[in-house]
Design a binder for this molecule. Sequence first.
Ligand SMILES: Cc1cc2nc3c(=O)[nH]c(=O)nc-3n(C[C@H](O)[C@H](O)[C@H](O)COP(=O)(O)OP(=O)(O)OC[C@H]3O[C@@H](n4cnc5c(N)ncnc54)[C@H](O)[C@@H]3O)c2cc1C
Length: 456
Amino acid sequence: MCAVTFTTWGGTFTATPARRAAPRDEAELSALVARAAAEGLRVRAVGAGHSFTDAAVTDGLLLGLDHLSGVESVERTPDGALVTVGAGTRLHELNALLRERGLAMRNLGDIDRQSVAGAISTGTHGTGARLGGLATQVRGVRVVVGDGTVRAVSDADAPGSPERELFEVARLGLGSVGILSAVTLDVVPAYLLRSTERVRPWSEVVDGVDALFDGHHRMDAYWFPGTDRMLTWTHDVVDHAGTAAYEASRRGVGGALRRAGHAARSLLDEEVLANGALGAIMQVAAAAPRTVPRLNALSAAVLGDRTHVAPSDRVMVTRRRVRFVEMEYALPRAELAGVLTELSGWLAASGELVPFPVEVRCTAPDDVWLSTARGRASAYVAVHQYHRMPYRRYFDAAEKIFVAAGGRPHWGKLHTRTAADLAEHYPLDDVARVRSVVDPGGVFRNAYVDRVLGTA
Ligand SMILES: Cc1cc2nc3c(=O)[nH]c(=O)nc-3n(C[C@H](O)[C@H](O)[C@H](O)COP(=O)(O)OP(=O)(O)OC[C@H]3O[C@@H](n4cnc5c(N)ncnc54)[C@H](O)[C@@H]3O)c2cc1C
């Protein structure tokens, strides 16, 4: 154990916990929580530290669950499998472990560096009108609650029962009801995706966004502010015949399935979002902000039409090496076009210089208590800024537009909402009731949980 400063990936928050620990197994995790509770020390877990909010920050005991990693069990089902993994498993490790077993996640976000527990706890999502966020793929969890006992709860527990309610907050609840030690995921047989990148006029995307969302398995759109073009990135599941043809072609070039990862990197990923070119562009932008409009035109100009096929996880996931800060809101889908138009209007009128793209995604409605897509088909708009450039004026303006449209902030990305603001969107009284039962001493509280869920 040692007291070491912790800083989030985006550099947004730094904390110095009183202690850090990395339990070797669930029994040690349980003992650590019980001891901290007895000492009156607060406890948080940190995954990959990829939240932009202070969700994982504590001045008490900070737990890293990297040792609670890997596959515990695989139960085959007619549709795929229920796979139980250690809560600290990183998504890239999970994807590799699933691939070895002929399985895959139904949906993923943009990157795979997060831990399973961290990703589900903040409502991490990908895109797809018929696909839910990662927490919708969780069937059960084991969670160490406030007195150090381990509780196994799942969606098989009776609706309305204390177990089922604990499951609801444990699978997406910012670690407010305890530390997850294991997560059971509902996964599907491995599949291929065809990725098509297309540059389209801005208005074609904004006016036709419903058709784009509904017409594809997944759809992402990127817009460099100030330009009148958008890159759409559509993913469609490859059918049996296409899969056979793909495999034959890969065998034909020497078992190059192994090289699919490289082939899958999209042009957007390779040339714009991840590589050194973007890093260089950002440095110029930070040093000489007036060059941003020309830089955005340049970034948009390297985008072009492209199609490729690869295993699903390699198509969905990209690399993000250039640091940024981000705010993202979930909106009722019908609000999307109006919000993008307003945002574009504000950017033009304010002259704000933003060299990072705005990202647009969607998910299906779900019934997870604290999900940003709870009860409504959702569109997501994310605004980014290079981490060395000012972002507050831009994010404040964007947030005003998002909130006016009924938006719900991503729990892991920057926002200013409080429990009082969020009560209209979520059953916060039910969440408070569950927290008070399993954590009466408030062991799992921190400033962020207090702000967004209340001080139950
Ligand atoms: C480059 C980048 C790309 C991103 N892309 C996406 C995206 O495509 N889609 C999206 O929705 N989000 C995205 N995010 C946000 C990110 O997925 C979430 O913030 C996620 O929570 C990060 O996971 P983590 O493992 O780093 O968790 P952390 O940030 O370390 O922790 C998040 C929360 O989970 C809690 N927690 C961690 N482990 C446990 C545990 N074992 N038990 C209980 N609670 C625990 C923490 O206490 C904290 O409250 C991105 C972030 C970055 C930096």
